[in-house]
Design a protein around this ligand. Structure first.
Ligand code: AP5
Length: 214
């Protein structure tokens, strides 16, 4: 199974990708998580990406395509994967298509999760995250404990540096200008489906699975 979970920031791509990953035993490949890890480890990539991410802009395509190429070479990708937050530009979608061809992999299915912007802003301004393992805490479905210590790994629970209202607005603008056009790329191939993400986490998952079973 080779999937893209597509959609604006905060629609629930990561939440749903984790559920699919667990049930179908394929890895979730989140370029956002990979970049945040690089920032934490202060690697060359992390140093280049850090300020760009804080501004809610996109990291250059060549850097993203390089990390994807390296990730696809790992053994856990041999039976499929779920791409979460990638591709985000037409050149990334084209680079991905080339890479899939080179590796002789089957066509990708692109599943969009759609949520109105006002709901996205509410979700992201109230989200908190473990700085160590990235676990998600949100008053709506998984409130953070009072001591702000992650119940999974014991890390500190913080606010992501791009989860403030100004940067969220910028991320939404970046999505409209640079990422939304990628939809057409997969629609033309007849490999694009959309679900309503403004439902409970479990209801969205049921709708996604119905498409996967088609
Ligand atoms: P990235 O980490 O990909 O962030 P994003 O796309 O902005 O997405 P989020 O992780 O914020 O949201 P999500 O859709 O995964 O939703 P989630 O499940 O967490 O990217 C960050 C930055 O890195 C980018 O801005 C860019 O700078 C850079 N970057 C990354 N990839 C790149 C690329 N390919 N090219 C260039 N630059 C790149 O849910 C959000 C919240 O809502 C959670 O708290 C969750 O609990 C809650 N929630 C989820 N589902 C529901 C529901 N159904 N009902 C109620 N609450 C829900």
């Amino acid at each position: 199974m080779y999937l893209i979970l597509f959609g604006a920031p905060g629609v629930g791509k990561g939440t749903q990708a984790k559920k699919i990953s667990k049930e179908f035993s394929i890895p979730q490949i989140s370029t956002g998580d990979m970049l945040r890890e690089a920032v934490r480890n202060n690697t060359e990539l992390g140093q280049k990406a850090s300020e760009i991410m804080k501004r809610g802009e996109l990291v250059p395509d060549d850097l993203i395509l390089n990390i994807i190429k390296e990730r696809f070479a790992q053994a856990d990708c041999k039976n499929g994967f779920i791409l979460d937050g990638f591709p985000r530009t037409i050149p990334q979608a084209e680079g991905l298509a080339d890479l899939m061809n080179q590796l002789d992999l089957p066509p990708l299915l692109c599943l969009e999760v759609a949520v109105p912007n006002e709901i996205i802003i509410k979700r992201l301004t109230t989200r908190e995250t473990c700085e160590k393992c990235g676990a998600d805490y949100n008053p709506a479905n998984n409130p953070a404990p009072a001591d702000r210590i992650c119940t999974i790994c014991g890390g500190k629970i913080i606010k992501r540096s791009d989860d403030n209202e100004d940067t969220i607005q910028k991320r939404l603008q970046t999505y409209e200008n640079q990422t939304a056009p990628v939809k057409g790329f997969y629609e033309k191939q007849g490999r694009f489906y959309a679900v309503d993400g403004n439902k409970s986490v479990d209801e969205v998952y049921v709708d996604l699975k119905a498409i996967l079973k088609k």
